[in-house]
Design a protein around this ligand. Structure first.
Ligand SMILES: [Zn+2]
Length: 346
């Protein structure tokens, strides 16, 4: 990336109200059939344009074609029965009705590759594409076949690798795996979670990222955060091993969170997508607030490895708020960019 402090988002952005009910997670589609296909493409085009106009450097599809960041991927796989549902506890936090694994899982056809090709035709900017990570996928399912979290994660890693290779061929510049589960199951992360992620990126030449956050601003997550105390040290458990991994970029929550910023020292050497936008509030950050978060991160991340970002996806926010936050992110990054260039000029 040639730009200093290239900005991006964690992934999801609000959908237009004609496509899906705004400010709702898992919002059902308002269109059907051919209209839905064209509607999703129009929304994707719009999302790219809004990111570009806000000054975002690395754009994404805004997840305009997906209902949910994990389920939409799983829906395309065989071996999963969506009629046969079981209630499980997601990330030890809240109960949800989820599909059941009833046989060997496999990817019969590409999931997002056509969307990625379409996105590539719309923009010359670098594109980041988010996929669910293997550990977060198994946490969103009931397994009645493998009976082993690790075995199932390994199978998903192989499937994700197939998809990732085709996304890369479609012109995606950064492939990101969303692993909020990494913030919960530390022992599993260190035992096999990171190894599975490395299997998912095997053979890729494009850049790779892992996004580890404290979740969307929904009630189950904000309630959970209240139980975490005054310092959120979850990252400390997994950073040492992530630092040693082949993953290029680590995407993290920082602004307004209680993550001690010095934990970033544990991943020194990695590129870091620093969350400088809080997605759990409608209050739009000022550019100066964004700049302040980035300056703090610069104590632990080299300037050429710092990627200003959002804490998490912004799908549940209004478009107006999300757009304001995108602009604040770009403006805040510009403040720090100017400061760095001024120092460099001396
Ligand atoms: Zn997130």
């Amino acid at each position: 990336m040639k730009t200093l402090l290239p900005t991006s988002t964690a992934g999801s952005l609000p959908k237009p109200s004609w496509l899906a009910q705004p400010e709702t997670l898992w919002s059902p589609w308002k269109l059907q059939g051919e209209e839905l296909i064209v509607g999703k493409q129009d929304a994707l085009r719009l999302s790219l344009q809004e990111q570009q106009q806000a000054g975002i450097d690395i754009v994404s599809d805004g997840e305009q074609t997906r209902q949910h960041f994990v389920t939409t991927f799983i829906e395309h796989l065989s071996g999963v029965d969506f009629e046969n549902r079981q209630t499980v506890r997601i990330r030890n936090r809240y109960d949800a009705s989820v599909p059941t694994i009833v046989g060997p899982v496999s990817r019969q056809k590409p999931v997002f590759v056509e969307d990625a090709k379409f996105s590539r035709q719309q923009t010359t900017q670098p594109i980041k594409w988010a996929l669910p990570g293997p550990m977060t996928m198994i946490d969103t399912l009931y397994d009645d076949h493998y009976k082993s979290r690790e075995k199932l994660a390994w199978e998903f890693a192989k499937i994700l690798n197939q998809e990732a290779k085709e996304l890369e061929a479609a012109g995606v510049d950064i492939i990101q795996f969303d692993e909020p589960a990494f913030n919960v199951f530390f022992d599993d992360v260190n035992d096999w979670g990171i190894a599975c992620l490395e299997r998912a990126i095997e053979g890729l030449k494009c850049e790779t990222a892992v996004h580890i956050c404290y979740g969307y601003g929904i009630k189950a997550n904000t309630d959970w955060k209240k139980t975490l105390g005054s310092e959120w040290r979850q990252y400390e458990e997994i950073f040492p091993k992530l630092q040693q991994s082949n993953i290029d970029i680590i995407s993290l929550e920082c602004h307004n969170s209680r993550v001690p910023i010095e934990l970033l020292e544990l991943i020194r050497g990695k590129k870091v997508m620093v969350g400088a936008i809080d997605v759990a509030t409608n209050t739009i950050e000022t550019p100066e607030e964004v700049a302040e978060t980035l300056r703090k991160a610069l104590q632990f991340v080299d300037a050429d490895k710092l990627y200003p970002c959002t804490n998490c996806g912004m799908a549940p926010l209004s478009r107006q708020v999300a757009n304001g936050k995108l602009r604040a992110l770009a403006a805040g990054a510009q403040i720090v960019r100017d400061e760095l260039l001024a120092i460099g000029g001396h």
